[in-house]
Design a protein around this ligand. Structure first.
Ligand code: PMP
Length: 376
């Protein structure tokens, strides 16, 4: 059986086909054990080896420095919105948040239950370039109003709903507009982790849900600098305390074993593609093809500032919105699935994560041209 459609879902999202094939082949008999990987103990020798290999591969792929811990947790990125302040807000009792879209907005709102939240800039604020209340850009670092006493600065470096993405790591240093090395940067990287080369050392903590670029939903990754571990609030649940999770090698409680297994296969697949730099080059090309098609057309329009356009979640609108339903129906007919934009933003969104082959983007571009000729 081969795939019959291209799936542009924002998440849970496409998983590389060879990974699904291997998982299918091994489903009833994993590594000659006669059991499914889902049926074995997480503390058994074989699973522990798989777990260690997955973490080692992730460390290699992201060039994670040795003074960071990789934790596999549960609860998704939204649970981290509470887990992060519970672990990192500490005595400061306050943290800085940059608002660039729906996900960072949610993060800030949740954090406000645990301490003081300072908004360093709001991309949909009064002087925003887009329509009122719309998130269409990343405010320049020079306008962020950073607080000296913040326990950390929180960013969402890839806003899945609006299709806004940081194109470079924030600048850390002692300069006027730089983020002080004393204020660790915490970033929700759910929708672009492993899609581009990043400098992990600029961040204190990276986290996200696995269900876009890593594997199935149910697994959360946290990459945290060691000196930030051990500051948790006394009411932080043990299973969410970075110290407890790290001390127990992410096995304080039963981890999402099947998710970790699939994530491990995705990491192996990514290494076989040449690693993050190699996949980034393909991601650049895929995004270029799609934005060129949008910009070159009279029917489609992208509203994000050019410098902040996402390579992972390409949002676009039909200038004649009455054609939306026909566009989606014809797309489905052509095997191009899940292109409807998020309800908050409307329009269309094509999520083109690592696992989306370039042929999928080619098929989408060809369909969009054809639809415009027929209906535009
Ligand atoms: N942050 C970002 C950037 C996301 O894209 C999502 C999910 N789409 C979330 C947070 C929420 O993740 P979860 O549903 O895994 O909690």
């Amino acid at each position: 059986m081969t795939r019959k459609v291209f799936n542009f879902s924002p998440g849970p999202a496409l998983i590389p086909e060879p990974v699904l094939r291997q998982a299918a082949d091994e489903m009833l008999d994993w590594q000659g054990t006669g059991m499914s990987v889902m049926e074995v103990s997480h503390r058994g020798k074989d699973f522990m080896a798989l777990h260690a290999r997955a973490i080692a591969d992730l460390r290699e792929l992201l060039a994670i420095p040795p003074n960071y811990k990789v934790l596999f947790m549960q609860g998704g990125a939204l649970a981290e919105n509470a887990i992060v302040p519970l672990n990192l807000m500490g005595d400061a009792g306050q943290a800085d948040y940059l608002l660039t879209g729906q996900w960072s907005l949610k993060s800030a709102r949740e954090a406000a239950r645990y301490g003081q939240v300072n908004i360093v800039a709001d991309a949909a604020g009064a002087d925003a370039p887009g329509a009122k209340g719309a998130y269409t850009h990343i405010p320049e670092q020079s306008v962020w109003k950073l607080s000296r006493d913040a326990a950390y600065l929180h960013l969402c470096t890839s806003e899945t709903i609006e299709g806004v993405e940081f194109q470079r790591d924030p600048i850390v240093g002692l300069g006027e507009h730089e983020v002080s090395p004393d204020v660790p940067i915490v970033a929700d990287m759910s929708s672009h982790i492993l899609s581009r080369v990043i400098d992990v050392s600029r961040y204190g903590c990276l986290y996200g849900g696995a269900q876009k670029n890593i594997g199935p939903a149910g697994l959360t990754f946290v990459i945290v600098r060691e000196d930030l571990i051990g500051r948790a609030h006394r009411l932080c649940p043990s299973a969410f305390n970075y110290q407890v999770v790290a001390d127990n090698d992410s096995m304080f409680n039963t981890p999402p074993t099947f998710g970790i297994y699939l994530a491990g296969l995705v990491f192996e697949w990514l290494k076989a593609q040449g690693g993050v730099a190699a996949i980034e080059a393909i991601n650049i090309e895929k995004a270029r093809m799609l934005y060129d098609a949008i910009d070159g057309s009279g029917l489609y329009q992208n509203r994000v500032s050019r410098t902040d356009r996402s390579r992972m979640n390409v949002t676009f609108f039909l200038r004649d919105e009455r054609l939306n339903e026909a566009f989606l129906a014809d797309a489905r007919e052509a095997g191009l699935m899940n292109l409807k934009g998020h309800r908050v933003v409307g329009g269309m969104r094509a999520s083109i994560y690592n696992a989306m082959p370039i042929e999928g983007v080619r098929a989408l571009v060809a369909f969009m041209r054809d639809f415009e000729q027929r209906r535009g």
